[in-house]
Design a protein around this ligand. Structure first.
Ligand SMILES: NC(=O)c1ccc[n+]([C@@H]2O[C@H](COP(=O)([O-])OP(=O)(O)OC[C@H]3O[C@@H](n4cnc5c(N)ncnc54)[C@H](O)[C@@H]3O)[C@@H](O)[C@H]2O)c1
Length: 351
């Protein structure tokens, strides 16, 4: 069968990772990436042999002037693909949708766009089936993806009653640290609930959830703390088993020296992961506590990478290339190398 032909529009934090992940899928072909930047970002795409397309006429002029070899325009890219993944800055995608539709190309958007743009918000393990053959879907944001993965795991185990979480958000992404960010303060978001709770309800409408968000002065990913009321009194092991059974949640332990966000980020680099990416929700196994019918836990959301596996699955769902969520998730996770525990003993290890 022919591979699914994929284009990426916007080769930034998310777009460059989507492009890499597409190139690792046996059933997909990356046709190219479009952007407007004519600097180190698009130069990198070129040096990685990714065909480069100019997303505007001005960009074509600037890219040519910078010595970049352009394969064509965004319309040329749309003419050559089955699906386009829009990774332009938030709210830019909304203006692009009509163009994608007119070209007869399926589209996958990111969490900076509104749910209304596509009428469908996507987290693979929660609602893959309802995205099948759609014209477009929106992969929810990094924080929302983590919420749906973890609360979805508790729900599938029949343990979830209601959830209240606090999100400590990073100030900026590392590449733009010189442009924006805050220093020596923590800023509470003015509105409670913060948007991530309602956003999770676009995927799991019956979630009883409230989120509070604060922005802190660091750029090494987000941290969540959760208090969850369970449907009944449970053992700690039951809650851990529910998380362990779900894909894309990986246990980390304070006892391994993984004491903070920077420790886990360093581990990803030391393991040789591309760009030091952590695609899983990293949940502190030895920090999880259960008291009667309440569970309390903390996890890390590596915002730059967590939505990449979901985006790959969204491509398979909207193109109908794989009809079973579990098979797509498995293929994506094996191709990228996701784990459920960074230091678990191999299953066949001698006792
Ligand atoms: N950064 C994160 O942690 C993160 C996490 C999850 C989801 N998202 C979402 O992913 C989307 C992309 O965010 P990002 O962080 O990758 O942004 P980014 O700023 O890192 O990258 C955006 C890229 O799009 C390019 N671009 C700008 N205008 C363009 C245009 N008109 N046409 C084509 N390309 C254009 C920029 O040059 C840049 O390379 C947003 O919806 C965002 O909300 C971001």
């Amino acid at each position: 069968m022919e591979p699914v032909k994929v284009g990426v529009n916007g080769y930034g934090v998310i777009g460059k990772r989507v492009a890499d992940a597409v190139r690792r899928q046996p059933d997909m072909q990356l046709v190219g990436a479009a952007d407007i930047a004519a600097d180190y970002r698009t130069r990198t795409a070129q040096s990685l042999d990714i065909p480069l397309f100019a997303a505007s006429e001005e960009a074509a002029v600037a890219m040519s002037a910078a010595g970049l070899a352009i394969t064509g325009s965004l319309d040329d890219l749309l003419g050559a693909v089955d699906v386009i993944v829009d990774c332009t800055p938030k709210r830019f995608g909304a203006a692009n949708k009509a163009r994608y539709d007119a070209a007869g190309v399926k589209s996958v958007f990111q969490g900076g766009e509104s749910h209304d743009l596509t009428g469908h918000s996507f987290v693979a393990q929660a609602n893959y089936a309802s995205a099948l053959d759609r014209q477009s879907t929106r992969v929810v944001s990094c924080n929302t993806t983590s919420i749906v993965r973890t609360l979805g795991a508790l729900k599938r185990a029949g343990l979830l009653k209601r959830a209240r979480g606090t999100l400590v958000r990073r100030a900026s992404d590392p590449w733009e640290g010189h442009l924006e960010g805050i220093m020596n303060t923590v800023i509470p978001e003015p509105v409670i609930p913060s948007h991530q709770g309602p956003d999770a309800q676009t995927v799991m409408p019956d979630l009883d959830i409230v989120t509070i968000a604060v922005k802190a002065a660091h750029n090494v990913s987000h941290l969540h703390t959760w208090c969850v009321e369970l449907t009944r009194a449970a053992e700690r092991e039951e809650v851990l088993d529910a998380f362990h059974a779900a894909p894309r949640i990986a246990f980390v332990r304070m006892a391994d020296g993984l004491a903070a966000l920077n420790s886990t980020a360093t581990l990803m680099q030391d393991l040789g992961r591309p760009r030091g990416d952590l695609w899983e929700v990293a949940l502190w196994e030895d920090g999880l506590a259960v008291q009667g019918n309440e569970a309390f836990y903390t996890y890390q959301v590596f915002n730059q990478a967590i939505v990449i596996p979901e985006t790959i699955d969204a491509i398979r769902a909207v193109t109908g290339r794989e009809r079973e969520a579990a098979r797509s998730i498995d293929l994506t996770d094996r191709s990228l190398g996701l784990v459920s525990d960074f230091f678990a003993a191999p299953a066949d290890a001698p006792a």
